[in-house]
Design a protein around this ligand. Sequence first.
Ligand code: FES
Length: 117
Amino acid sequence: MTADWVAVATTKELSRRRKLRVELDGVAIALFQAQDRVYAFADLCVHQDRSLSRGTLLHGKVICPGHQWQFDLETGYEADQDRCQPVYPVRVDESGTVYVNPTPRESPLHTGEEARA
Ligand code: FES
């Protein structure tokens, strides 16, 4: 399967607020920067469609401005709700261009957890 990486932003644009809302194939994506890494989430919260790019980045979690659900930065998993926000693969090249793959990563709710059950 070929991954179609799409350039959506630069780390310079992202570094100002450490979060940025971009569009990819008509889908809103929230980018976050933490510890020199970039993460991409579906911008609209799985709960009630509030914009995660207006949320807060705290202790490895993205906190939704709607009802403060806390999504794991790596996986998008919300432990209290047992729900998952779609997250997208990201890569950054040497010049600081941020690329996102428009195919969301597999949700942890439907991978290892079930295999182990
Ligand atoms: S809309 Fe995100 S927690 Fe309710």
